[in-house]
Write a protein that binds this ligand. Structure first.
Ligand code: FAD
Ligand code: COM
Length: 522
């Protein structure tokens, strides 16, 4: 279908995407009358390809996106971030209902069971509006050219084939993301075993007992959701939670608060173990997972009817390695320099395809960086340090150094923390703000945790760490302030204007100490 000259509304796009997801015909939006060569073809229209294209177009260039799905936006609105946030919000609501069961206006939740299947179906019934918006915004507002519902095959460094046609460009930008990795054990193909992608596409029964394999962010987030629905869940991880290589700068006190909190909610967490085998019943449905203690070798069997694999992702680099010869790293990630250039001239790679961190900010900014360089503007991207977050039933955000890291590099580290060190959590209903007020008044130990790490000599803040709700946005800006060459001092922090009760209490806590020439812990 050639849609170039049709002005399609968001509502119409919902139906079109649905229709085309059942057929192999491409959706074409190309300005055939434009005789300019493409500055770049973006292979993959996920967050990386879409933002890269948008920026390149805004700079006056000509781009083409080719995506195998009938919509733009990639895995985020389809199977990844958006469902994750929907499920994490459900987990938060359910958690509140369980703690307040029979109290105030809350109904008795003793037998509360939320349907996991229904939540997946709710997501699937609504995701079409996000798909539609991506297509509509890209065409009508951003003036992007694209071919959807068509796989791209690279012919050479300037030629790509899709929908039976060849397209030529000065540069190629590779951004086809990563695929879920399965552990190398038997039984992963049984009915009842899912990863984040098949969970959305294929779940067809109501899980009754769940085992999550892998302590990744996804493992923590989805196991917290499953447990919150009332489905008894066991999370099996090789390493201590939040100590996986994918997460940097995790503060130990924050980690303890989060993991203890997950256990308080009834989640069974088994660290230091690896899966050995998934076994099925006579009908081919999963019935148990065998795991092994990595230090003693001792095995145990976990009965379940549902297994969720959260064992990471692998960049989809094979095709580009074979056809273009781009250099890749140990995990299959395409190697790029700070300009997002691969080892092959005029070939750029972006997003999850270039390895971890597999996060939206990196996907989008790497696309933009490639676009700027293609358009002749020198631009570098450095993702060595970045703010991070995840969900349990809480929202957990952090940026900068942990207390332990700071103490390795600085002699006079000051800690500003709530509840303060050494004070039992249940003694102080702080921090509290949006989302934790009810907890603060009935279960003070559940009202969250925060810590600021300060260099007492320079008075610069080195890190912020927060467990609660509503603070994630602040961390985006705190990250920016911390990473400025001049950094951010406790005095500047104390001089900011809080919107009390603010989700993170850093401003007022810093102010309480800022008057002193010799900083002390708080
Ligand atoms: P993708 O979005 O995967 O896009 C790749 C595109 O390439 C797809 O559209 C695909 O159809 C297309 N494609 C593949 N092969 C071809 C081909 N041969 N021809 C044409 N097109 C092709 N990050 C966050 O920052 N916040 C979050 O809350 C968050 N939650 C997440 C939750 C989960 C469960 C997961 C798995 C990830 C989450 N992420 C989150 C990470 C985030 O989703 C990714 O980092 C991001 O989507 C990567 O974007 P991308 O453009 O690199 O790849
Ligand atoms: C967001 C997808 S869900 S994109 O980054 O706007 O393309």
């Amino acid at each position: 279908m050639d849609i170039t000259l049709t002005q399609t509304t968001n509502r119409q796009w919902v139906d079109l995407v649905e229709e085309y997801s059942h057929k192999s015909e491409p959706i074409i939006n190309i300005h055939r009358e434009d005789t300019r060569k493409f500055d770049a073809i973006f292979i993959g229209g996920g967050a990386g390809g879409r933002f890269g294209s948008g920026y390149l177009r805004a700079m006056g260039g000509r781009q083409l996106i080719i995506d195998r799905w009938p919509f733009l936006g990639g895995s985020c609105p389809h199977q990844a971030c958006v469902p994750h946030h929907l499920f994490s919000e459900a987990a938060r609501e359910l958690d509140l209902m369980r703690w307040f069961s029979g109290k105030l206006w809350f109904p008795d939740a003793t037998n509360l069971r939320a349907s996991i299947l229904q939540m997946v179906e709710l997501f699937k019934s609504g995701r079409g509006t996000a798909h539609a918006f991506m297509n509509w915004q890209s065409k009508e507002q951003l003036d992007l050219e694209y071919i959807l519902n068509a796989s791209a095959t690279v012919i050479d460094a300037h030629t790509v084939e899709a929908a039976g046609e060849r397209f030529y460009a000065d540069n190629l930008v590779l951004g086809i993301g990563a695929a879920p990795l399965s552990p190398d054990i038997s039984g992963v193909g049984l009915h009842g075993v899912y990863n984040y992608s098949t969970f959305i596409e294929e779940l067809d029964f109501e899980p009754q007992r769940c085992v999550v394999i892998g302590g990744s962010k996804t493992g923590i987030e989805y196991s917290s959701f499953f447990q919150a629905t009332g489905c008894p869940t066991t999370l099996v991880a090789r390493k201590p939670l939040m100590r996986t290589s994918g997460l940097h700068h995790v503060d130990e006190d924050l980690r303890t608060y989060v993991v203890d909190g997950m256990r308080k909610r009834g989640l069974t967490i088994i660290e230091g173990h690896e899966p050995v085998e998934i076994r099925g019943d006579s009908e081919g449905h999963v019935k148990e997972v065998v795991i092994r203690d990595m230090s003693t070798g001792e095995q145990q069997v976990l009965p379940c009817d549902f297994v969720f694999l959260a064992t990471g992702e692998r960049p989809r680099s094979e095709h580009f390695q074979q056809v273009l010869g781009v250099a890749v790293g140990e995990k299959g990630e395409i190697l790029v320099d700070k300009h997002m250039r691969t080892s092959v001239p005029n070939i750029y790679a972006i997003g999850d395809l270039v390895g971890s961190p597999m996060e939206m900010f990196k996907a989008r900014k790497s696309g933009v960086t490639a676009a700027r360089n293609i358009m002749g503007e020198e631009s570098e991207l450095d993702w060595t340090n970045y703010p991070d977050f995840l969900h349990s039933t809480y929202e957990i955000s952090w940026v900068g150094l942990s207390e332990e890291e700071a103490k390795q590099h600085f002699e006079n580290v000051i800690i500003i923390q709530m509840p303060p060190k050494g004070v039992p959590l249940a003694d102080i209903p702080l921090p509290c703000a949006e989302g934790t007020m009810l907890y603060a008044f009935m279960y003070p130990e559940l009202s969250g945790f925060l810590k600021a790490v300060v260099d007492g000599d320079t008075r610069k803040v080195l890190g912020f760490h927060h467990v609660g709700f509503g603070a994630k946005d602040a961390f985006q800006y705190l990250d920016y302030l911390l990473r400025r060459p001049e950094g951010l001092t406790i005095d500047e922090m104390g001089n900011m204007n809080e919107l009390f009760l603010n989700p993170e209490h850093f401003i007022q806590l810093c102010r309480l100490r800022a008057g002193s020439p010799n900083l002390r812990d708080l």
